[in-house]
Design a protein around this ligand. Structure first.
Ligand code: NOJ
Length: 797
């Protein structure tokens, strides 16, 4: 028998209107008077581990095996569709006590109705946890995750998560599947938009900031939520950049680039972990005891619970790692995956597996305990409806304050990639007409990007670029708008890819006459204007999950449009919206200025206008390399040297022939990690070191004097890198070790200093021990990874 139903014998004592209160009173709690923002009993209980343990032991003691297994099940509702399989019976399953948590079920009223099913219609009334992918906002949408990180401002990133948590927790959601901390080096992979970029240090800092933003310092507060460290681990290394594909990585590389950010989140107290879909070195991560138990629990001491990704247990079968779903459940559960997302394998098979002696019932109790602990910490046993707060939702969601914060986050995230002859900022007094041209000129949906929470249902709050410019210019400058081109994938009639199976992504059959007509209209408008502002990029659905590309150029006929506009000789300024690094070769050679705006969120149009007109001076820096072309991928700043390093700039051509290089493209990317311009001009003095040696217990200070010689006040992200010249294993040519975002008034000079210790130089050595190695090092300070000054020092015993 696969499905067991709950016994009909229900104890009257437990069927109170809020059954969990009955459980609470069973635990003998005395409630204290309420505080303003934290229900009293939660405030009293939250740190009392002994009381929590006693309560949960008592509850587990009352649970049948089926009820326990029910707690290990996570089901998806229909409010969003984030996976290939939908369970139409989940409401009945909740009523049968077979579901411990739900997601894709947002909306306070709807989520409350699900909670009522769990609390009022099941025997023990154990409340549900309600989850959702709150990635860069719930309804007020902040910049796409990769973009937000381009601010290089952990406090801002933390604030984005905090506001998202405030909104989501008023709307019935208490658990988010974020942050995603997969290291990303392949922009073909659509999920780079959800990540933190190509550097492990930056990923660690920003992921911890997000955990702190979501969880705050106290999970029992009504406006904090459980965070999830995902995807554990290696998902970002998908071969060919194709989503869900296999990953194969050396032990050193795994521990050096993929693991530290997850360890950092454990240390920061992240509540849950999500397994990744991928096969990692022959073992699918969801079935890996090594990852989920040996590393996560035993080595790192993680105390929360582990949820699988969407049907990832069932997927052990097509991976070729399990014979069938039952075998898959045995492998995943024994590996250490506490909760099964969507796939129903635990519900269907764990009981049989226990009867057969393949799974230990005490292990089930342990997983149930971890899940109930989180329900306790959230305060759900005290009040299962505390996150359905219509009054707070009304007041806080999409509030003016939140939109203002989102606007600030968006403008701080934008990266000025190019600005020839100070084409930007635009001067309103010198303009009569602007031609705003491109498929993203007036698109609300694209403004908020992918994984935009409940944002798509609230597009009336979103400010497009057209709106932003018009509001900024108040009719003093005319804005002429034309689409000019499409960003749809254009396919020729009869091409093998000529189908529309995937609804989200815009595709259309090429119709030359219609496309030319659109271009002609745009050219006509541009002729009547003083400047062309291009609103170009990718449709939001071109990145995100299941959104890999093999070509990184801007899609559709956008380049054709720009080629038609170019001969007009007007200044051409591009605002690019995209969730990934694109191949911008043509744009970089032909446009006067390029502002990368990512998907800037609800207030995006205002934020872009702020930057275009110099009301905000851009300060973003790239968290991920922009390749020269797709053939260079993966291309990242912290690569190894090779035995035949190539010097692109040498004149000695002969000596460079047999070096590591391409015949048809440079090695260096179009825009390097850390690159980003400003309207200010930051002049770096010579860097100095406090000593040319560093002892194992000592400190070394590296300093530089920086002057803002420009006319505008602005912020500069000063970056610190090191290189270990010789190691017991080879070391990267550069590694980020620190950064500081510093404000300068026009004309202001400041000294910026960083302190290095031997700990900063530690790594997994040849024998896999963690530590530093005495020897020669370089320290580098600069404005981008490819624009640094270097000095040498020695690390000595
Ligand atoms: C699959 C994605 O990989 C994961 O990141 C997400 O949280 C789940 N779907 C739930 O939507």
């Amino acid at each position: 028998m696969k499905l067991r139903f709950l016994p009909l014998m229900v104890s009257a004592a437990l069927v109170a209107p809020v059954a969990s209160s009955a459980l609470a009173s069973n635990a003998g709690q005395v409630l204290e008077p309420a505080r303003a923002d934290v229900p009293a009993s939660v405030a009293v209980w939250k740190d009392d581990k002994a009381k929590m343990d006693a309560f949960i032991s008592e509850l587990i003691g009352k649970m049948t095996l089926q009820e326990k297994i029910g707690q290990l099940d996570l089901q998806s509702g229909f409010r969003n569709n984030t996976g290939p399989f939908v369970n139409e019976d989940y409401e009945n399953q909740i009523k049968r006590g077979q579901v411990g948590a739900v997601f894709n079920s947002y909306g306070a009223d709807f989520a409350r109705s699900l909670q009522q099913m769990a609390v009022e219609e099941t025997r023990l009334g154990v409340p549900l946890m309600i989850a959702h992918d709150i990635i860069h906002g719930h309804k007020t949408i902040f910049p796409q995750s990769l973009g937000e990180v381009a601010s290089w401002d952990p406090e801002l990133v933390k604030l984005g998560a905090k506001i998202a948590a405030r909104e989501a927790t008023a709307d019935g959601i208490m658990w988010t599947f974020a942050p995603m901390a997969d290291l990303v080096r392949d922009p073909r992979w659509g999920r780079v938009s959800e990540a933190v970029g190509e550097d492990t240090y930056l990923t660690s800092v920003m992921s911890v900031a997000r955990v702190q933003g979501f969880q705050g310092d106290d999970l029992s507060k009504h406006d904090t939520m459980l965070a999830t460290a995902k995807h554990f681990v290696g998902y970002g290394l998908a071969q060919g950049g194709r989503d869900y594909h296999t990953t194969d990585v050396s032990e050193h590389e795994l521990w050096t680039t993929q693991m530290p950010q997850f360890k950092a989140m454990v240390d920061a107290g992240v509540a849950t972990f999500m397994t990744s879909f991928n096969d990692l070195n022959g073992t699918p991560a969801t079935g890996s005891k090594f990852l989920l138990t040996d590393v996560l629990r035993d080595k790192w001491g993680f105390e929360g619970f582990v949820v699988t990704d969407y049907t990832a247990v069932n997927e052990l079968v097509p991976h070729g790692y399990a014979r069938d779903d039952k075998h898959a459940a045995e492998i995943a559960f024994n590996a250490g995956a506490d909760m099964d997302m969507v796939g129903r394998t635990y519900i269907n098979y764990l009981e049989e597996l226990i009867e057969e002696g393949k799974v230990d019932e005490s292990k089930i109790d342990h997983s149930v305990r971890l899940i109930l602990e989180m329900k306790w910490r959230l305060g759900l046993f005290e009040d299962p409806y505390r996150y359905f707060d219509m009054a707070r939702a009304e007041k806080e969601i999409l509030s003016d304050d939140n939109k203002a914060l989102a606007r600030d986050a968006a403008r701080r995230s934008m990266v000025l990639l190019k600005n020839d002859n100070n084409a930007l900022p635009l001067n309103q007094d010198e303009l009569r007409t602007i031609a705003l041209i491109g498929p993203l000129a007036d698109s609300k949906r694209d403004m908020i990007g992918n994984w935009a929470g409940a944002g798509p249902a609230h597009l009336d709050h979103v400010i497009t670029l057209k709106q932003g410019l018009e509001e900024r210019l108040e009719g003093k400058v005319k804005v002429n708008v034309a689409k000019g081109a499409t960003y749809a994938f254009l396919r020729e009639e009869g091409s093998p890819f000529a189908h529309d199976r995937f609804n989200y992504v815009a595709r259309q059959t090429r119709d030359d006459a219609a496309l030319q007509k659109q271009i002609d209209e745009a050219v006509k408008l541009a002729k009547q204007s003083d400047v062309i502002v291009l609103a170009i990029g990718e449709q939001e659905a071109f990145s995100g999950e299941a959104a890999s590309r093999t070509d990184l150029q801007l899609p559709g006929n956008q380049i054709e449009l720009m080629k038609a506009l170019k001969p007009l000789g007007k200044p051409m300024v591009a605002v690019i919206q995209s969730g990934r690094p694109n191949d911008l070769r043509w744009e970089s050679q032909n446009l006067d200025a390029i502002l990368h705006a990512w998907y800037p969120g609800t207030s995006g149009g205002h934020a872009i206008a702020d930057v275009l007109f110099g009301d905000y001076n851009p300060s973003g820096k790239l968290p991920m390399t922009f390749p020269y072309n797709v053939g260079q991928v993966p291309v990242f700043y912290n690569h190894k040297s090779t035995g035949r390093p190539h010097d692109e700039w040498t004149q000695k051509v002969r000596s460079q022939e047999y070096t590591t290089r391409y015949n048809d493209a440079p090695n260096s990317p179009l825009y390097a990690f850390g690159h980003g311009l400003s309207y200010s001009d930051f002049q770096y003095g010579e860097i100095t070191l406090s000593s040319d040696t560093l002892t194992l217990d000592g400190e070394l200070t590296v300093s530089v004097e920086i002057t803002n010689t420009g006319k505008h006040a602005g912020e500069e992200v000063v970056q610190l890198y090191t290189r270990q010249m010789v190691g017991s294993i080879t070391r990267p040519v550069q590694e980020l070790k620190g950064f500081d975002k510093v404000h300068f008034d026009a004309g202001e000079t400041k000294t910026v200093s960083f302190t290095l210790t031997a700990d900063d130089l530690a790594f997994y050595r040849a024998d896999m021990s963690w530590g530093s190695e005495p020897g020669d090092f370089q320290v580098m300070v600069g404005t981008a990874s490819d624009n640094v000054q270097r000095l040498s020092f020695k690390l000595i015993d």
